[in-house]
Design a binder for this molecule. Structure first.
Ligand SMILES: [Zn+2]
Length: 363
């Protein structure tokens, strides 16, 4: 089968599309005929190499996917060949204390498809049967592939960790990335008041079209914390959703209200920061980390998204053969929304047109 693989860790030119053996399902797995698979920043981290994650080469990249069940393992009774499904990329042991209490993304042995196991940028992919859910019928295959990782991550950050209450104010950095856009969509579903930041006027314009209430260009208006205070009449926002890391750490403390919640899920701008502990406790500030989401988070996300017919924002759709170009676009930060690879090169044009017509979202 065709797959976008790496034979070693390294730069973008490590990514190559090659023929590799198709996987067979383990007893508790299904093998998907992958239709579409979305890119995530995780793919860049995996390509470069992650301490503690030894890959078996050739390693297909990719965590998100939608497809049709082609084969099932002998112990699988929940899905059958022919079912259209989406994949929850989180891998958990199902037996540890945290899995048993339903917090699978806090599993002692937590992993992610594409990082801890062969990925989905391939014509076929083997995943645990517990990780597949029916594809929401209202989504195109590209949209369905774009939904899981980014929206699941945003759902857990906003709903399960920050415990967002309808109408609250939310600051979201770096609008254009998948998780940031998903957080904007989910906050607007709950009638939140959303402030977004970017260095790109074009991205800020598009965020306004998606419902962002206020935008801050951090190049022309570098005092972001003060700008947030001004927009909130000195109060500060209830919640900060930070997918970026160290560069926005101080801005978050300057922007948050007393008792507010700051949730982090990424370190693309750095992993080290220092904090004024006095300001932290005196202002009752909650700083939280979050990764992916639980099975219950995924169920809630799919239910809420389906009810609202929420559509992920698609930046571009490329054939699997152009996996390297797709990763290059993401690495340059050029994208607004998800970049999606499709295995059927004939499919993208018609589907892309449909996606463009049906985005903007009904919020
Ligand atoms: Zn576990």
């Amino acid at each position: 089968m065709k797959a976008a693989v790496i034979y070693q860790n390294g730069d973008l030119d490590c990514v190559t599309v090659d023929d590799i053996p198709a996987p067979k399902p383990a007893p508790d797995e299904v093998v998907l005929e992958v239709k579409a698979a979305a890119l995530n920043h995780l793919d860049i981290w995996v390509r470069r190499g992650r301490p503690g994650h030894e890959l078996s080469f050739p390693h297909p990249l990719g965590s998100d996917a939608t497809g049709v069940v082609a084969e099932v393992g002998r112990d699988v009774h929940t899905v059958k060949p022919g079912d259209e499904v989406v994949v929850n990329p989180g891998l958990s042991c199902d037996t540890c204390e945290f899995c048993r209490r339903g917090d699978q993304s806090e599993c002692l042995h937590f992993g992610i498809i594409g990082l801890s196991s062969p990925g989905t940028f391939a014509e076929r992919a083997a995943v645990p049967a517990v990780n597949v859910q029916p594809k929401p019928a209202y989504l195109t295959i590209e949209e369905a592939a774009a939904l899981p990782l980014a929206h699941l991550t945003a759902w857990r950050m906003l709903m399960s960790r920050a415990r967002f209450v309808p109408g609250e104010s939310v600051l979201i950095h770096g609008i254009g990335g998948g998780v940031a856009l998903a957080a904007l969509q989910l906050a607007k579903l709950g009638h939140g008041e959303v402030i977004v930041t970017s260095s790109s006027e074009d991205k800020l314009d598009r965020a306004r079209e998606l419902g962002a209430d206020y935008t801050i260009n951090y190049i022309t208006d570098p005092a972001v914390g003060q700008a947030v205070r001004d927009l909130t009449k000195g109060r500060g926002v209830d919640i900060v959703i930070d997918t970026t890391g160290a560069e926005t750490w101080d801005i978050n403390f300057a922007s948050i209200r007393r008792g507010g919640r700051i949730v982090h899920c990424g370190v693309t701008t750095g992993a080290e920061a220092s904090v004024n502990i006095g300001a932290l406790y005196w202002n009752h500030i909650n700083v939280m980390g979050s990764t992916m989401g639980s099975e219950e988070d995924f169920r809630q996300l799919l239910a809420a998204a389906s009810e609202a017919e929420l559509r992920p924002v698609i930046d571009s759709v490329l054939p699997l053969d152009q996996a390297r170009q797709a990763m290059g676009r993401m690495e340059e930060g050029e994208q607004f929304g998800k970049i999606v690879l499709v295995t059927d090169a004939e499919a993208p044009l018609s589907s892309l047109t449909a996606a463009e017509e049906e985005n903007p979202l009904r919020l």
